[in-house]
Design a binder for this molecule. Structure first.
Ligand SMILES: [Zn+2]
Length: 300
């Protein structure tokens, strides 16, 4: 069982989660985040009464004991993410509350995935998020899980959400970053793209005027079925991807999963462009033939 001693000498989200996984080799999903927090010195997980914050952390001056506070209205996935986030502040030695003696973290803090070098506050929030995401959906567990599921499909985001007990948002981010297929997932609400999670090798997204979902997207035409994603279909790549002068855009496939309250997930999956265009075996086939092959591969 992991203890604070296992974490000595490391301070990055990656390093800390690696140590935890090493000390708990039998760890399986869903990760028992509350048990891990207790083993690492969290004495209590209590409700946060105010709605203004998503989570909080009280601790003694040397951070040996702590109490995590969670927004009592939060659903399970978000509650678990908040516990992981506050545990991150607790375990990362350099993290110190900025204004008071405790951490109080907002919804926006929980969505900070990048920060300027000098913005120490945002950097702490970003690191706490990374710690939580890595611990709740550890890449060494997620990679083999996704490999078994084959080609990228939004049903896999729902599976991660169910099996790892994380929010769909957290599941979408881990899916996009970890899948062998180079994909991106846009989180959409009422026609606007709120954020896009991408594989590190995903091409650049084109600027979207007013963040509006492109008019040619299946988001506007797909049947609004809340349980089953739309079929994979080819869309005009230039509406989502930024074109580079003199370079042909890859064929782009899209899948949409409608959600409650006007939310939707849109998966983008470009056909991988081979380095050597001269010898492209696909060259003489039409886009339609290639789509048929992709779809049959998926459903066979
Ligand atoms: Zn925080």
């Amino acid at each position: 069982m992991v203890t604070r001693d296992d974490l000595k000498g490391t301070g990055s989200p990656d390093g800390l989660v690696t140590r935890i996984l090493k000390a708990e080799p039998g760890l399986a999903y869903p990760i028992p985040i509350e048990d891990i927090a207790r083993q690492l010195g969290i004495k209590e997980i209590a409700e946060l009464e105010t709605e203004a914050f998503e989570g909080g952390l009280l601790m003694d001056s040397d951070k040996t004991n702590g109490v995590i506070l969670v927004n009592k209205a939060a659903r399970m996935g978000r509650r678990r993410f908040t516990i992981g986030h506050e545990l991150g502040h607790f375990c990362i030695p350099t993290h110190k509350p900025v204004r008071t003696d405790k951490f109080l973290c907002s919804r926006d803090d929980m969505r900070t995935w990048s920060a300027a070098e000098k913005d120490l506050y945002a950097r702490m929030e970003m690191e706490a998020n990374k710690f939580s995401a890595l611990l709740l959906i550890p890449p060494p567990l997620l990679r083999p899980y996704l490999v078994k599921m084959g080609d990228p499909n939004l049903t896999q985001v729902i599976a991660i959400h169910d099996d790892f007990e994380v929010s769909k948002d957290a599941a979408a981010r881990a899916f996009a970053q970890t899948h062998d297929g180079i994909v991106a997932v846009a989180v959409v609400n009422n026609g606007k793209v709120l954020r896009i999670y991408k594989h590190i090798k995903f091409p650049r997204i084109a600027p979207l005027p007013s963040n509006k979902v492109p008019t040619g997207s299946g988001y506007w035409s797909g049947a609004k079925n809340l349980t089953t994603p739309t079929e994979l279909r080819e869309v005009v790549a230039g509406q989502w991807l930024e074109s580079e002068w003199g370079k042909k855009l890859p064929d782009l496939y899209e899948q949409v999963l409608f959600q409650q309250a006007g939310f939707a997930l849109v998966m983008l999956w470009p056909e991988q462009v081979e380095e050597d265009d001269e010898d492209d075996p696909d060259e003489n086939r039409t886009a339609k033939q290639r789509l048929a092959e992709r779809v049959s591969r998926r459903y066979s």
